[in-house]
Design a protein around this ligand. Structure first.
Ligand code: 5GP
Ligand code: ZN
Length: 114
């Protein structure tokens, strides 16, 4: 999508600190990290939010979650784990309308979220 921030990041039109990229996915460090490790995994396909997912996206989302797990492991969270979060629309606290999975690690997280 032309005017989507994360589509632009995935296309390399806006710089980011890349964690990983393949044909389907792009992973990059969050510009305002909320934990010692904080990166985002996005599909290159523009999907605005989790509510917009369709049944045909289920394999894509499965691969996205598995990729986040592999990257979290590689970046040191295998033993203690991490927080994997999809914020969705206004009540979910989503600020960028391109579906993204947050991976936060390197410290213990609180529950419930505020
Ligand atoms: P949301 O609030 O939508 O769940 O998460 C969006 C995230 O994107 C936020 O954590 C925010 O810090 C991050 N973000 C916003 N703009 C940029 C940017 O230009 N570059 C990077 N790397 N992260 C961004
Ligand atoms: Zn997009």
């Amino acid at each position: 999508m032309d005017d989507c921030l994360f589509c632009k990041i995935a296309r390399g039109e806006i710089p980011s600190k890349k964690v990983f990229e393949d044909e389907e996915f792009f992973a990059f460090y969050d510009i305002a990290p909320k934990a010692p490790l904080h990166f985002l995994v996005i599909p290159k396909k523009h999907i605005a939010n989790l509510m917009e997912l369709e049944s045909g996206d289920s394999d894509l989302v499965g691969r996205l979650i598995f990729m986040a797990q592999e990257l979290a492991r590689e970046l040191g969270c295998g033993e203690k784990g991490a927080r994997f979060v999809f914020n969705c629309k206004s009540d979910g606290g989503q600020t960028v309308d391109h579906v993204h999975l947050h991976v936060l690690g390197g410290r213990a997280m609180d529950w419930p979220p505020g």
